[in-house]
Design a protein around this ligand. Structure first.
Ligand SMILES: Cc1cc2nc3c(=O)[nH]c(=O)nc-3n(C[C@H](O)[C@H](O)[C@H](O)COP(=O)(O)OP(=O)(O)OC[C@H]3O[C@@H](n4cnc5c(N)ncnc54)[C@H](O)[C@@H]3O)c2cc1C
Length: 483
């Protein structure tokens, strides 16, 4: 098969699948390439995903929320504490004016729902199981060589979205630059039974790293227990009784006696943040663009906001989806409705920069702060937690930012959400505005420069135009690799 598409998405993990669904109705001819068989049950190892209200609304509008809501558990309270230290903070949905602070779903349940919707979407061509083995970037399109059960094929698209979780190494070979930090930690994830209320999540900072406990239905919980990289495999391999005992020691008795632990899964943790997000006609999405520490449950929530805004940019670029698409000459360089055009992708990048930076800094700071050794650091953290408990406005601002309840709102999140949270967001923003006011005066001198977005855009376009045409192959896949 040699086929032409407007958009090719490489990877149907949570991020790539959500984007393909978000693009339905835009009129874009969309292809999704995925190594795993999308008709088979999703093979995602155990991982509980805490979804923010914004994410829930986006999934609702994609039709995915209805598919997972029966397997989703609300979090109405979060208890944050540090082992062996007095400071504690409690965050309650009711006090924040929310019905829930988030919803917990298993990544495998969510992936199954997204894949079911994808398979039922005639607008999306699914190449699965199939593996991208080579990418060649040209000025007018991107060519992707794909190996699948039917042999080798090539597709061309005006925009290639790399949503491969960073696993293929294509992004680096296409020239994307990354800021990386290896935290030298791994998360040991397992399900376990405990008592107590079923809608409480725990974030506990232990001597070796954070321990998150999320509700998973009834007495079941999913824990993500961070350890030094060298210790994690040994902890995961402990016999059930010893594993439970060590976990109980770290968590305490808030959930009563823990028992019945399930299989353990180990995830190495690091920060991998793309400095560009866009190069030529290639955009990065999800973990391929920014893989963050899971300490605050932000990774997929951030990816969903990227999805929502990228789909907006594509909808705007393609204009009226009822226009006769097939009558257009493929890859017409003068076609104004080009979703891979530099203007479209740079608009998306500019829109997303502040949010991405905020989440990366927030998770990175938390990851570093809570592994700082020594008693003074532990006391400082304890004081911080106590202060948060005693100062509701401070806590409120942090909670709202942590939940992603900060404008601008993607259209895909819907008007309901925007209306509900606009007043709160304005209040939180006012506090931030005060802090930035002094800076704004200083920046006054630079304002003239900032008022020339077209010039900046033209500069970015010129830089993109200078990118050489490139061809890269998946180094780990010699030759064409039928799956
Ligand atoms: C322990 C843990 C807890 C977490 N908790 C939360 C949380 O509470 N809240 C939250 O928001 N986030 C959380 N996250 C982050 C979240 O899980 C990730 O951000 C999200 O799953 C990333 O999805 P993705 O689609 O970008 O990447 P992936 O899930 O890695 O998907 C990439 C896909 O690309 C495919 N692929 C790769 N190479 C090729 C190729 N050459 N050809 C074809 N297909 C290819 C792969 O098969 C895969 O399906 C957590 C992460 C961890 C590790």
């Amino acid at each position: 098969m040699n086929a032409d598409f407007d958009i090719a998405i490489l990877g149907a993990g949570l991020a790539g699948s959500a984007l393909a669904l978000a693009l339905r109705g835009s009129g874009a001819r969309t292809a999704v390439i995925e190594t795993h068989d999308l008709a088979a049950p999703a093979k995602i190892p155990l991982r509980a995903i805490a979804l923010s209200d914004v994410s829930k609304s986006i999934l609702q509008n994609l039709g995915a929320w209805n598919e997972v809501r029966a397997d989703a558990w609300p979090v109405r309270k979060i208890h944050v504490s540090e082992q062996g230290v007095f400071g504690v903070t409690r965050i309650r949905a009711a006090e924040e004016g929310l019905d829930a602070l988030g919803q917990v779903v298993l990544a495998s349940d969510l992936a199954r729902a997204l894949h079911r919707l994808l398979r039922a979407s005639p607008q999306v061509s699914l190449l699965s199981p199939a593996r991208a083995t080579e990418i060649a970037r040209h000025s007018d399109d991107v060519a992707v060589r794909v190996g699948g059960a039917g042999g080798v094929s090539q597709l061309r698209a005006k925009l290639l979205v790399l949503a491969d979780g960073g696993a293929s190494g294509f992004a680096e070979r296409l020239g994307f630059r990354f800021r990386t930090t290896d935290y030298r930690q791994s998360a040991v994830v397992a399900a376990i039974d405990g008592g107590g209320e079923g809608d409480v999540a725990f974030e506990r900072f232990t001597a070796h790293g954070p321990l998150a406990v999320l509700p998973a239905g009834g007495r079941r919980r999913v824990v993500a227990w961070v350890h030094a990289r060298d210790d994690a495999a040994a902890v995961a391999a402990l016999p059930d009784d010893q594993f439970t005992e060590r976990l109980q020691r770290d968590l305490g008795w808030r959930l009563g006696k823990l028992h019945n632990p399930g299989p353990r899964f180990v995830y190495p943790l690091g920060l991998n943040r793309s400095l560009d997000m866009v190069r030529g006609r290639v955009a990065l999405l999800g973990d391929a663009a920014h893989r963050v520490h899971p300490v605050a449950g932000q990774g997929f929530n951030l990816a969903l906001r990227d999805v929502a805004f990228l789909s907006e940019c594509v909808f705007d670029a393609l204009g009226d989806p009822r226009a006769p698409h097939d009558s257009r000459a493929p890859h017409d360089p003068h076609d104004p409705r080009d979703p891979g055009a530099a203007a479209v992708l740079n608009a998306w990048r500019r829109q997303r920069m502040a949010d991405v930076r905020r989440v990366v800094r927030f998770t990175d700071a938390l990851a570093r702060l809570f592994v700082m050794p020594g008693r003074p650091a532990a006391c400082a953290r304890g004081l911080g937690l106590a202060a948060l408990d005693l100062l509701p406005p401070l806590r409120r601002g942090l909670v709202r930012r942590g939940l992603g309840l900060v404008p601008p709102w993607p259209r895909l999140a819907g008007e309901r959400l925007a209306d509900e949270h606009r007043a709160d967001a304005q209040q939180a923003d006012e506090q931030q505005a005060n802090a930035h006011r002094a800076n704004a005066q200083r920046l006054g001198a630079q304002r003239a420069g900032a008022q020339r977005p077209n010039e900046q855009q033209a500069k970015a376009q010129r830089a993109d135009a200078r990118l050489p045409e490139e061809r890269v192959t998946d180094a780990r896949l010699p030759g064409d690799c039928p799956v």
